[in-house]
Design a protein around this ligand. Structure first.
Ligand code: SF4
Length: 248
């Protein structure tokens, strides 16, 4: 019997995962043939997934992209999380040659000057390390949630990533922030102290600010760009991300 292609399996899993709880969703994915990789930003959603993987001892590799521009609180949380759940989080860092070339062309903080420069920085510091983290992976587990932004409102449980030829798994797609917080409390999950200071979504330090009451959860990310769908390119095709116009 022929095994389903990645695209076919993504469609099947999108239905299968719907009625399972978080741990079961991850267990189902891990039971399939092929390497499963979870990339964590150490944000609160990702901490819930890390906890589920660690507590159930699931064979899913946990990786993070250490961009070199993270908050100290985020970097400290990596080790704290490893200790809490007895797991190893693999760090993927940018290539120094790429960082040097970016800095020579745009300046270290050139990302404030144009969308092109910002995407170039995210490419060097996030997308290249992400590609390394996903080498040989069949499944890529993420912490995307429909409630995080309009851009993520239709996030499925499983989808085929044609650009990377892998199956993207979003086991928290239908979770509310209240459910996330309840899980964190119930399982004593360590979280980034910045969340309590008005940062619901945390990325690189120079590109993240606290949000004001009533603002969307991701309003503090690349706040100087005037586009509601701004993303770093991790979760949208790079061509699409690069096509976002420079704000007036
Ligand atoms: S979020 Fe900012 S500092 Fe981080 S990689 Fe993107 S542009 Fe560079």
């Amino acid at each position: 019997m022929n095994l389903p292609s990645n695209a076919e399996l993504a469609s099947i899993l999108n239905i299968t995962l719907e009625n399972a709880d978080l741990t079961e969703r991850l267990r189902i994915v891990a039971a399939h043939e092929g390497r499963a990789v979870f990339t964590t930003s150490l944000g609160i959603e990702d901490q819930v997934i890390t906890a589920a993987i660690g507590l159930a001892r699931l064979p899913i590799d946990v990786s993070t992209l250490e961009t070199g521009r993270l908050f100290k609180e985020t970097v400290d949380l990596i080790a704290e999380t490893e200790e809490r759940f007895g797991i190893a989080i693999q760090r993927f860092t940018p290539r120094q040659d790429d960082v040097d070339a970016y800095t020579a062309k745009f300046g270290l903080n050139g990302f404030y000057e144009s969308v092109e420069a910002r995407h170039a920085c995210c490419h060097v510091r996030k997308l290249v390390p992400l590609a390394e983290a996903l080498v040989d992976a069949r499944f890529w587990v993420t912490g995307l949630r429909r409630g995080q932004s309009g851009n993520r409102a239709t996030t499925p449980f499983a989808e085929y990533d044609a650009e990377r030829d892998l199956i993207k798994i979003n086991p928290l797609a239908d979770w509310s922030i209240e459910a996330i917080n309840a899980y964190v409390d119930a399982e004593s999950v360590p979280t980034n102290p910045l969340h309590a200071r008005g940062y619901p979504s945390i990325g690189c330090e120079p590109c993240t600010r606290a949000i004001k009451p009533g603002e969307p959860e991701r309003a503090g990310r690349w706040w100087w760009e005037n586009d509601e769908k701004r993303e770093c390119g991790l979760h949208v095709p790079e061509a699409t991300a690069s096509a976002i116009p420079t704000p007036a």
